[in-house]
Design a binder for this molecule. Structure first.
Ligand code: C5P
Length: 223
């Protein structure tokens, strides 16, 4: 199946997660579930993830720390046996290598510059190069560290693909007019066209009528 989507389950509510999983089952899309900082840090989150069966599970750990701490955190979560975990590439090559050494069967995904940042916001925190140049450097480092996948904006897929030949996962996807806090966005169709393997979609699916949102997405993809 070509249309692969991770649904971002951003809530602390286990009932809501069950509802999201239930209402997003369909035959037109291959669906995985992404659990991020909100759910992972919630009281029932870790336990719930440990018991999810027969689903593709993405634990968006967003590690950003020194090599020893990143590696130790990965060892601490290995019992969950999730399929994908993330680390910020800006943790540096040594941290990425240390993480890769202990990630085992879990795919280690490198996160490039967050899709909520534009050039102005990046300048404020001292990044003066164009975001596309920064992401290209980060893709090179991800390749060196032999990471299994990259998370980037759909606007930067072609740049990443120049140097990184493995899986590409793209958040910053919108098929309605609500951008929320995202800046570097594209539509699902454009993201697949640019070569994304997996899309990450949260609020455009999980807010409001989930089934209807999925139908709108499928309709958009078939147009
Ligand atoms: O609701 P929305 O579709 O904006 O959700 C996007 C998801 O992808 C969120 O869970 C967010 O944490 C994650 N993400 C992102 N940008 C990145 C990396 C991850 O939006 N660069």
């Amino acid at each position: 199946m070509n249309n692969k989507i991770f649904i971002a389950c951003d809530t602390t509510n286990v009932q809501k997660i069950r509802k999201i999983i239930n209402k997003t089952q369909n035959s037109k899309l291959k669906v995985g579930y992404k659990f991020g900082l909100e759910f992972l840090n919630s009281k029932n989150g870790r336990k719930f993830i440990g018991n999810v069966n027969k689903k593709i599970v993405f634990a968006d750990l967003k590690l950003h720390d020194i090599p020893n701490t990143c590696a130790s955190a990965i060892k601490a979560i290995r019992d969950l046996k999730v399929n994908y975990i993330t680390i910020h590439i800006s943790s540096g090559l040594e941290a990425l290598k240390a993480a890769k050494k202990v990630s085992g069967k879990m795919k280690l995904v490198g996160v490039t510059m967050l899709t909520s940042l534009n050039n102005k916001a990046l300048k404020e925190i001292g990044f003066n190069k164009d975001v596309k140049k920064i992401v290209l450097d980060q893709a090179r480092v991800a390749k060196k560290a032999k990471l299994d996948a990259i998370v980037c904006s759909p606007q930067e897929i072609k740049i990443v693909k120049k140097v990184f030949k493995k899986e590409i996962i793209t958040p910053g996807i919108r098929f309605n007019s609500k951008k929320n806090d995202q800046k570097r966005i594209l539509t699902p169709k454009q993201a697949y066209k640019n070569g994304s393997d997996w899309l990450v979609i949260g609020r455009p699916i999980t807010e409001g009528n989930i089934k209807k949102n999925i139908q709108t997405l499928i309709h958009h993809l078939n147009q």
